[in-house]
Design a protein around this ligand. Structure first.
Ligand code: GLY
Length: 363
């Protein structure tokens, strides 16, 4: 097995994630190698900023392999991860005559990936789709695992489906044009994998020389951290595809992260920034519950900060925090479930955190 290919092994719908520099220039070839027939129509969903950078490269290679493709751009930003963008994709799918044999390709970050995945899950009761993530965050998290969704005005990702892609193609070169702030926000998810399952990755990220290489987009280092992250994600998703149990640990830092994104306004904090603060709070709760040592918490927080990410909780009101937490998808039987760290590389799911233990970090 090629070392830059990771299989996501699932009972019905296993697929491969390929990580390779320059793969963005070879999508037609990759599809052909996968056995995708070139008589299938392809609709690429992206946004203007991303498609102007990469669509030309993709189209050239698709044409070379006799595929016919169209592009449809949705508007960029979390506020457009909604039913309106979904409706626009359906309209484009109708106009382009996408039949059951057609293929959607999501080209972009997590928003494009999630909306396109949900469009694929629902158009004609489900057509195949491929993820080409172009942000670090979507490479290591949202493009893999089949969570697809749009937001409802009352909450994030409330309308969605588990629907796995047919393949994921990751080209670290696409990170060159990614704004630095967004790259760093993606590092929060990489750090998350270190804390929840991969101590060796955590320790690799701690080393100054490695951090410099990562922040300078050294290709080998990027492939290493993306590879390690996806291996962890793949193993967790294959254990629990529909999040009935262990998959919830992938949400480490996310409960408070969602609260912060929601109450501070989407855009004020990037997702990765908000979950950085969420991980800090989870670590503090863990100290208080004697689950892990203060020194582990310090190492986690230092690592987060060393990648230019925030750990300071913004001023938000306790009662608002509680309302948002109670509305979260992670609430089961009225109990808020928290993912708390026990060691570097180990977390667990707890539903016995007292209100006073988690509200004390807010005003
Ligand atoms: N982003 C968390 C998950 O895919 O389960």
């Amino acid at each position: 097995m090629n070392k830059n290919k990771i299989v996501v092994p699932l009972s019905n719908n296993s697929y491969e994630v390929t990580i390779r520099q320059g793969i963005i220039n070879n999508i037609g070839e990759e599809l052909t190698l996968m056995g995708v027939s070139n008589n299938r129509k392809i609709l690429i969903v992206s946004n203007k900023q991303i498609s102007k950078l990469f669509y030309g490269k993709i189209l050239n290679n698709l044409k070379k392999y006799n595929f016919s493709a169209e592009i449809f751009n949705i508007k960029a930003g979390e506020s457009y991860k909604n039913l309106e963008s979904l409706r626009e994709i359906y309209n484009a799918a109708f106009e382009f005559g996408l039949d059951r044999n057609a293929l959607l390709i999501a080209l972009g970050g997590g928003i494009v990936g999630d909306v396109t995945g949900f469009a694929a899950a629902t158009w004609l009761r489900g057509i195949e789709y491929i993820q080409i993530p172009t942000t670090l965050l979507s490479m290591v998290d949202s493009s893999v695992g089949g969570k697809t969704a749009v937001n409802h005005p009352k909450g994030k990702n409330l309308i969605g489906a588990f629907y796995q892609p047919k393949a994921v193609f990751i080209d670290p070169e696409t990170l060159i044009t990614l704004p630095k702030r967004e790259f760093k926000a993606g590092m929060a998810e990489v750090i998350k994998y270190g804390v929840i399952r991969d101590k060796a990755l955590f320790e690799y990220l701690e080393i100054d020389k490695n951090r410099d290489k990562i922040l300078n987009l050294n290709n080998e280092s990027l492939i290493k951290i993306i590879n390690n992250s996806i291996k962890t994600k793949s193993s967790i998703v294959s254990e629990d595809e529909k999040e009935n149990g262990i998959r919830a640990i992938l949400n480490y830092g996310h409960s408070f992260g969602h609260v912060i994104e929601n109450l501070c306004g989407y855009g004020e904090y990037l997702h990765g920034e908000a979950i950085s603060i969420g991980m800090k709070i989870a670590g503090d709760i863990s100290i208080e519950k004697n689950l892990w040592l203060k020194e582990h918490s310090l190492r986690q927080n230092n690592l987060i900060e060393s990648y230019g990410l925030p750990t300071k909780t913004p001023k938000i009101k306790k009662n608002e925090v509680k309302t948002i937490l109670m509305g979260d998808k992670k609430v089961r039987d009225g109990k808020i479930r928290f993912i708390l760290p026990k060691e570097i590389g180990e977390v667990d799911i707890f539903n016995d955190v007292e209100e006073s233990q988690f509200l004390k970090y807010f005003d």
